[in-house]
Every structure is written in C-alpha cells, then in structure tokens.
Design a binder for this molecule. Structure first.
Ligand code: NAI
Length: 472
C-alpha cells in the first residue's frame, strides 16, 4: 500500500471512547476502512481511563471494605480490617489497563487503524493529526465522525487544581482519605464518589443548588435515595450554592449561601473539595469553526437526528451531541451511525436508555418518570414492591429500596420502571428488554422469575400494578 493509500479511509473517527471505538468496530465489521484517533495514550476515552471503569473499581473495593467491617454479623471473624489506599489504587489501575488493552486488541482484530494524536478537521474530507510520538499525518476520509465526548464544566469561584479542589479525575486519585470532603453537586458523580470516600472513612458534605438530589430522576426514587444516603452518614446542604473557596495550608474554607440568596453566608472547613456540577461537550481545538460545523445553543454539535452535522460528510455521536451523557447511549449511536453509513437502518430508541447510579444501593431507571407522565398528561397505574419483602434481599441484609413500575392506565403498557435497591443496575436490563418488546405489566407479572432472586421484586411490583402482589 502506498503512503497515500495508507492515509485514505472510508471513515475517520475522532475519539476512541465508548462512542468512537464501538463505531469503529461496527464500521469495520461492515467492510469499511476505518481510522480511530485519540490524543490520550490509551483508547477507551473518559469512561475507561478516568470515569466509569476506575470509579466502579473504587466503588466495588470500598463496598467490599465496608462489608468486611461488618462481616462479623455473618459469623466471619476477621480481626481488624485495614485500608491500604495505595494498593487499592493499583487495583483500580489494573482494572483500567485490562480494559484499555482489551479495546486495543479489539481494534486490531477488526483491522481498525488506531492512531494516537490530536486531530483537527481541516476540510470536510481531511483530518490532520499531530501524532503523540512526534510527526504529523494527514488523513482523507469519505466520512468524518466527531466522538470527542465531554469535559468537566468549570464552576466560577472554584478553580479545579486536582489537588485541593478536584474534579472527578482528581477524586479518583486522592493520595489519602480526606478527613472532610466537600462535594459540590448532588448528581451522579458527586454521590458515587462521595459514597466511595465516605466508606473509606471521610466525613462527606454534599452542597446542592436544588432542594433535591439527582435532578431528572423520578422524584420519589430521589427522595428515598437521599434518605438512604443520609442514613449512611452523608451530610446534605440542599438548596445551597458555593460562592467561593479559600485554599489554606490546613485545607479549604468554602463559603456557601442559600440558592435564592436569602440568609447569611455560611462557611464550611474541609480538606478537599470535589466539583461535580456537570460536564460540557468537548468541541475545542477540532477546527469546527474553520470547516463551519454548527453548534447548538448549549455548545453541543448540532445534528439532524441521524447524526449528520450541517457539513456534508461530517457526523457526531455521544456526549458531544444532545442527549444524556452516558457511555451506553454513545455506543448505541456509534453502532447506529456505522449501520446508516453502510446503507442499513441504524436506530437508537432514546426513550429506553437506562440510567444507573452505582452507589450502594444502586439506583436505576428506564422510560418515563411520574413527573414526565404527568407533564405529558398520561394517566397511569403504579405498582410498587419493597426489597424489605423480598426473601433474597432479606437474607443478604440489603433491604433498602423498592421497585416501582408505571403502566398505562388504559392499555397496561409499561411506561417506566424505577428501582432503588441491590443490583438495581442489573435488574433494570430485564425491564429495558420488556419495554423494547412493548410489554404490559401483566406480561411481567405472568413471567416466571427464579426463587430466591432479587428479580422477584420486579415481578411483585408488576403484580402490584393490579394490587395483587403476593408477598406484601
Ligand atoms: P449532574 O448533571 O449529574 O449533576 C450535577 C449536579 O450539580 C446537579 O444536581 C446540579 O443541580 C448541581 N449543581 C450545578 N451547579 C451547582 C452549584 N453552583 N452549586 C451546587 N450544586 C450545583 O453532573 P455530574 O454528576 O457532574 O455528572 C456529569 C455527567 O456525567 C452527567 O451527565 C452524568 O449522567 C454522567 N455520569 C454518569 C454516570 C453514570 O451513569 N453512572 C457516572 C458519572 C457521570
């Protein structure tokens, strides 16, 4: 192959996160010649390197640590349980490396040209790459896909230095357990990482602008979540905003004020601050202005519903476009776009993108919340079942939480499922499949679920829709 041929592709993807690398694999499976570029030293994007995977490693390890502290209740005598944070961080890194190497292998297996460097789009069919190990490469492409993900949104007055004031990236790398961690934002990142450090011994205070946790999540679920987290010892300052932070030798003095500016300023002394107030699309430095790719009112790459931007031949998927910033949503979009480019009917069902918060207990949902159904004027029935009444949850002593199924009042079609409880993130998959097949609550209620499993709580919630739960 000549040098010119080596730089000619059907598809050039910028970003090797879950959106980009999955799109690359699917496009290669469909016979396209594909390049996937990333400026990080390893593929996998935020998710594998500084997001989902490392946070799940620490969530898991800190849960085991916390369980072992109470192992005596199960008749397991351990003596004192000690934390070796360095070793825990090594365990986390091994999890990252295992996963990123797996992606490298998959890209190679599918003959995707994995290029490490910073990409700029210089024309609708050209991408220039500054290679990480020096030198440049100019690629020609029939289709260019922007899959550059998102980055931490800055919060005015709180400059992240990844030491005293950290983002999720720094919060995954703390060198020692802070005595007092102040978390700004009771969203997914704040509560997942807040739980990690709480379990490892920190006092954790969460300052949240709104008067509730996890905006967007079904309100009843969020209320129960807040109760459970308070029971676990997290402190909340709901309806407060941070107005400033003073870094001192001994820690950080944070000033907070009621969100509506009423009352007096309060100060909280802590030794580390985690800023978790959202992420923004990563669009800088890609040459989008120069080629005329339009952004929407929120700075996301504007697409037409089939991932095409306003510039012919340039597409975008994942966190950089509209929709929830979730790895699995980006993956679905990657697959759908590759299939569309191959002339197949690619499609993403945005109503059935599950959400999961990986705390203990987990929080998971799919479909509509009660608030959304009310706003849409849909009449619905509710079936609820507590894990307290589930045999398996009882013996495992993980009884916090419930399953809630919302079904159309007229047709019984399942419209939304909301779970807080043990393994909610796994249980929700059954509901996503059921809803994808347009299940009624009756269908779920009449499906045999193995005993004793947590999934029986789902079946019982379906039975409860018609007020015929058996164990309640
Ligand atoms: P988020 O949008 O989930 O939550 C941010 C929270 O900060 C909100 O509750 C908001 O009201 C609050 N907030 C905003 N400004 C504030 C201020 N000035 N003072 C106090 N509170 C303020 O954002 P988060 O947690 O940073 O996550 C970013 C993205 O990453 C989200 O889209 C999330 O879905 C995704 N993510 C998903 C995970 C999962 O699926 N398990 C894990 C981690 C992140």
């Amino acid at each position: 192959m000549s040098e010119e041929q080596a730089n000619e592709f059907d598809v050039v993807i910028i970003g090797a996160g879950p959106g980009g690398y999955v799109c690359a694999i699917r496009a290669a499976q469909l016979g396209m010649r594909v390049a996937c570029i990333d400026k990080r030293g390893a593929p996998g994007g935020t998710c594998l390197n500084i997001g989902c995977i490392p946070s799940k490693a620490l969530l898991h390890a800190s849960e085991v640590y916390s369980e072992l502290e109470h192992a005596g209740d199960m008749g397991i005598k351990l003596g004192s349980v000690k934390l070796d944070l360095n070793a825990m961080m090594t365990y986390k890194q091994e999890g990252i490396d295992g996963n990123t190497k797996g992606v490298e292998f998959l890209l190679k297996k599918n003959k995707v040209d994995e290029i490490r460097g910073a990409a700029t789009i210089t024309a609708a069919d050209t991408v220039d790459v500054e290679l990480l190990d020096g030198g440049k490469r100019q690629l020609k492409a029939k289709h260019i896909i922007i899959a550059t993900g998102s980055e931490v949104s800055p919060l005015p007055g709180l400059e992240v230095d990844e030491d005293m004031i950290v983002s999720s990236t720094g919060a995954l790398e703390l060198k020692k357990v802070p005595k007092h961690l102040l978390v700004v934002g009771a969203g997914v990142i704040g509560l997942e990482l807040g739980s990690v450090w709480k379990r490892l011994g920190a006092e954790v205070t969460v300052v949240e602008y709104l008067d509730r946790v996890t905006p967007g999540v079904d309100a009843e679920l969020a209320k129960q979540f807040e109760r459970v987290l308070k029971k676990q010892g997290l402190n909340f300052k709901l309806g407060f905003k941070v107005t400033g932070a003073d870094i001192q030798k001994s820690g950080v003095k944070v000033t907070i004020r009621k969100s509506d500016d009423s009352g007096k300023d309060e100060t909280i002394s802590c030794d580390r601050v985690l800023v978790a107030t959202g992420r923004r699309p990563h669009t800088q430095g890609l040459g989008l202005d120069a080629v005329g790719v339009k952004l929407d009112e929120r700075g996301r790459v504007h697409t037409d519903g089939h991932f095409a931007t306003n510039v012919k031949g340039i597409y975008a998927i994942g966190d950089v476009i509209a929709g929830p910033m979730l790895a699995h949503k980006a993956e679905e979009e990657g697959v759908a776009l590759a299939e569309l480019l191959a002339g197949k009917p690619g499609h993403v069902d945005y109503n059935l993108v599950p959400g999961v918060i990986y705390t203990a207990p987990e929080v998971a949902w799919v479909g509509k919340s009660e608030e959304e159904l009310k706003a849409d004027g849909v009449t619905y029935k509710v079936g609820k079942f507590p894990f307290m009444a589930n045999g398996r949850a009882k013996v495992n002593r993980v009884t916090d939480g419930f399953v809630k199924i919302l079904a159309d009042k007229e047709t019984d079609l399942v419209l939304g499922v909301h779970i807080i409880g043990p393994q909610a993130g796994e249980l929700i998959a059954e509901m996503a499949v059921a809803m994808e097949f347009s299940a009624s609550s009756e269908d779920i209620a009449r499906t045999c679920h193995a005993h004793p499993t947590l999934s029986e709580a789902v079946k019982e919630a379906a039975l409860a829709v018609e007020e015929r739960a058996l164990h309640m």
